[in-house]
Write a protein that binds this ligand. Structure first.
Ligand SMILES: Nc1ncnc2c1ncn2[C@@H]1O[C@H](COP(=O)(O)OP(=O)(O)OP(=O)(O)O)[C@@H](O)[C@H]1O
Length: 854
């Protein structure tokens, strides 16, 4: 019959439920940019190894072992991986009450009419009723209009349209829309036959009928003898196809059960097979469910008819024989060949109890409770599908576990989670009074068309209960299913479920499921193991690469740490040395009260000043020195002394002692020699230049001779101590005699005095020689004699150090005079300060100097 599209109603709103989607092209940048990314190592420091991404990427991923070839000759080419959920719509023809008799209602409450719905029923009566309905179809005002084979328009009744301003809605995207005059055969061909073919090829599938009460679900699923429904048609086809292929190795089993809530007290599972009882459910498995082997279609139909008689039904305003339970039929296929592992698929057909509105059904009491259970189950079923849809739209959204809320959804979990393929048929009535039910169903169910099944290509070895295999493969135990003789022993998840039902021997067929189960489990296990091994190898390689990377890094870290430690040690040593040097420098600086230049100048001036009269006193000629010469000598001495000080400051600490000894001594000796030359020149004495030179050279010799230095030191100290000891001892002695304010000046004064003493001692010794040679001792001034005596006395090694101190103290008078100038304290403290007290003695008459030593 050709369907005519209705004229476009201006108030019609088109609702596109399943718009075509175009896959977005993957941006080329994402694919091409990744290889062009420069390695991170190029930018990192050389020492730090880069992340071994290249190593990881270079890991050879082991290939999956080839899947075992399907031995089944009927193996089809692989189906597309992704497949949309197929949703069909069937519109039940309107049955006018007037045509069904006086007492008949839409729900066909007449008991006689109920008998018509019973299956199998009298085909003649059924046909008569159908003819009547077909005649009256066009006269009825319908709410739903078929636009084409994939869309319908739902129009509200006039009353609703005017009062609530409800507009017509178009629902499209259905896999197929079966109009009111579509036959069962047509529905089967379009909707069920593909499922059956897949089932025969080893794919499990499910067909579920949804719709409001009285919309024709049961009619579609089971049909009538005249119009057999999907179940009889499936059975007919599978046997027909098996016989056609001539293969006797394939067997079929059927199980039928219902989930029913009596007075709403809780869901129960009843086996509808002959002799079936109440069953229990564990997770998704129904324990004790009979698997009745069927050998032909007739036997199967009889079995179905018997089962339907046991199904819970009730009379409502919507349906005279309304289903009060959810009925599930499983048709399973088993291959009996021991060497052939194939086709253990299950085809599940579900006849849901129709959603009921209280107003519409008029249910009360027990019926109302049943109605609640029915509606609840329908709602949970819808929630599961909605959750699956949301999850597929946005994988971040977790798949809700709505299936736990009803036994039906628990049992159908694999289907409701998209793991197995299924199809839905929505049944609606076209009457205006059914508008709300129809609208509600279409609104709820039309989005399900977008659900995709990504894992529909099931392995032929998978059983209807996929979870069952997974459980066994997980624990590594072979599946144990046993059916010996006519007894079916089913071991499911370690629990033995014994079928109590025994088929009659003549119609029962032996089903050896043990081999199939074991082979299937072994196959499943091997596939799982191969996959796990592959994953394990990948992870192992990545872990090994990472481990090597971390090991290298750790090694370099260790080296860096040791370097850091050694550097720290060096730094610590340097700091210590630096501190020592600083301390020493500060000590030295603290000893140097004045700046270097001033000190040198002052000291030199003092030295020159002190040496000048001394020379005069020594009587080598004229006591007056030319001022120019004096300046010259002063400046030269000053320069020399300054150089000496500079050397002192700049010389390393370790060398300073020696430096101080040698240079100061040399300085003093030079100075004394210089003085001597100067005096000889001035006084025109008998000392020749040669002698002066010899003196100088002797002095220089002394300067360069450590031994002589020591002697000088000994002479100076008088008790054999070295200069350092003397320094200490003198310092202590001086410290006793002087105030603290004088002490800082001691450092430089010591050197100065040292030089003076040496100069004096040297000159004294030499003078002594000169005196001896020239026999002019008589003309020598007393002071000179004293000096000589003093020098000689000083050179006496037996002179105790205490005497030195005492001797120094005995020059207190001279100190007072020396205080006129800030003379260094050491020059005062030394015992030979008398020799340096030249300024005092300048004014004294020659030869009148009294020697304190007596
Ligand atoms: N396509 C159809 N052609 C003719 N009659 C039909 C069709 N669909 C349903 N009917 C009739 O409508 C009545 C109600 O159908 P059915 O019992 O299958 O509804 P239902 O959806 O199963 O209701 P419930 O959910 O209450 O069980 C039956 O008498 C049946 O024969």
């Amino acid at each position: 019959m050709e369907m005519k599209s209705p004229p476009q109603c201006p108030s019609t709103v088109t609702v596109r439920r399943n718009p075509h989607r175009k896959a977005r092209a993957t941006p080329a940048t994402t694919a091409t940019q990744i290889p062009n990314v420069p390695p991170s190592s190029s930018t990192t420091t050389r020492d730090i190894p880069s992340f071994p991404i290249h190593d990881i990427l270079a890991i050879e991923i082991p290939q999956n072992p080839k899947p075992p070839e399907d031995p089944s000759p009927a193996s089809p080419p692989k189906a597309p991986i992704s497949e949309d959920l197929k949703v069909y719509l069937r519109i039940r023809p309107l049955l006018l009450p007037k045509l069904l008799g006086r007492n008949a209602t839409v729900g066909d409450q007449n008991p006689r009419a109920r008998a018509k719905n019973a299956w199998p029923q009298n085909p003649a009566k059924k046909n008569a009723a159908r003819d009547k309905s077909a005649k009256t179809k066009k006269t009825d005002e319908g709410c739903i209009t078929v636009n084409d084979s994939h869309s319908v328009t739902l129009s509200p009744p006039l009353a609703l349209k005017e009062s609530k301003r409800i507009k017509s809605e178009v629902y499209e995207g259905f896999s197929h829309v079966f109009s009111t005059d579509s036959s069962q055969g047509e529905v089967y061909e379009r909707m069920v036959k593909p499922l059956v073919e897949d089932f025969l090829r080893g794919k499990s599938g499910m067909l579920a009928a949804l719709g409001p009460s009285g919309s024709g679900k049961t009619h579609t699923v089971f049909g009538t003898p005249r119009e057999p429904g999907m179940v009889p048609l499936v059975l007919q086809q599978i046997f027909k196809q098996s016989e056609g292929s001539g293969s006797k190795s394939r067997s079929f089993c059927i199980s039928i059960f219902e989930i029913y809530s009596e007075r709403g007290k809780g869901e129960k599972v009843y086996d509808l097979s002959a002799g079936g009882t109440e069953l229990s459910m564990q997770q998704s498995t129904i324990k004790g469910l009979q698997q009745v082997a069927i050998s032909d279609a007739g036997q199967a139909e009889s079995l179905i008819a018997c089962s339907m008689l046991k199904r819970a039904t009730g009379m409502t305003n919507a349906n005279s024989q309304s289903s009060r339970s959810q009925c599930i039929i499983n048709i399973s296929s088993v291959v009996n060949k021991a060497d052939e592992v194939d086709n253990n698929a299950v085809l599940t057909i579900v006849d849901l109890a129709g959603a009921e509105r209280e107003k519409r059904t008029g249910n009360q009491g027990a019926r109302l409770l049943e109605s609640n259970f029915i509606n609840n189950t329908s709602m949970v079923f819808g929630l599961c599908l909605r959750s699956l849809l949301e999850h597929q739209k946005n994988p971040k959204k977790p798949l809700q576990k709505h299936f736990q809320n009803s036994l039906l959804t628990k049992y159908l979990r694999d289907y409701l989670e998209g793991k197995k393929r299924m199809a839905l048929i929505l049944t609606v009535k076209e009457g205006a009074e059914d508008y709300l039910d129809t609208s509600y169903l279409l609104k709820q169910a039309s989005p399900y068309m977008k659900i995709k099944f990504n894992n529909v290509e099931e392995s032929s070895m998978m059983n209807g209960n996929k979870r069952h295999f997974q459980a066994f493969s997980r624990i590594g135990q072979p599946k144990r299913m046993k059916l010996s003789g006519l007894d079916a022993h089913v071991f499911e998840e370690g629990q033995n479920i014994v079928d109590e039902h025994r088929l009659p021997e003549e119609e029962g067929s032996t089903i050896n499921r043990l081999d199939v189960g074991e082979n299937a489990s072994i196959k499943s296990d091997s596939a799982d193991l191969a996959e796990r091994e592959r994953n394990h190898q990948i992870m192992e390689n990545i872990a090994r690469t990472m481990w090597n990377f971390l090991k290298d890094y750790k090694q370099k870290l260790k080296v860096a740490e040791s370097e850091i430690n050694s550097l720290r040690e060096k730094l610590r040593t340097e700091e210590t040395q630096n501190l020592g040097l600083r301390k020493e420098l500060e000590d030295l600086k603290s000893c140097c009260t004045c700046s270097k230049g001033n000190h040198g100048e002052t000291s030199i001036v003092e030295v020159c000043t002190s040496s000048e009269p001394k020379i005069g006193l020594q009587g080598y000629g004229s006591s007056k020195i030319d001022e120019k010469d004096e300046d010259l000598h002063s400046s030269s001495l000053k320069t020399s002394y300054c150089n000496t000080l500079e050397k002192w400051d700049s010389s390393p600490i370790q060398e300073r002692d020696a430096f101080s000894q040698e240079n100061v001594e040399s300085f003093s000796l030079n100075m004394s020699g210089f003085e001597r030359v100067e005096k000889e020149q001035e006084s025109n004495s008998t000392v020749s230049n040669t002698e002066v030179e010899s003196i100088n050279s002797s002095c220089l010799h002394v300067e360069n001779s450590n031994q002589q230095n020591c002697q000088i030191g000994d002479i100076f100290s008088g008790n054999g101590h070295n200069t350092e000891d003397l320094n200490d001892s003198k310092y202590m002695a001086i410290k006793d005699n002087f105030s603290d304010a004088d002490i800082p000046e001691f450092g430089i004064s010591y050197s100065q005095s040292h030089a003076m003493v040496r100069s004096d001692s040297c000159s004294s010794v030499e003078l002594d020689q000169y005196l001896t040679e020239d026999e002019e001792s008589s003309v020598l001034p007393a002071s000179t004699k004293e000096d000589v005596a003093f020098t000689q006395g000083c050179s006496t090694p037996d002179v105790p150090e205490s005497e030195l101190v005492l001797d120094t103290s005995c020059r207190e008078l001279n100190f007072e005079k020396l205080n006129r100038k800030p003379l260094p304290t050491s020059s005062i403290s030394t015992r030979d300060c008398s020799a340096l007290d030249v300024e005092d003695q300048i004014n004294k008459p020659l030869g009148n100097r009294e020697c304190d030593f007596g």
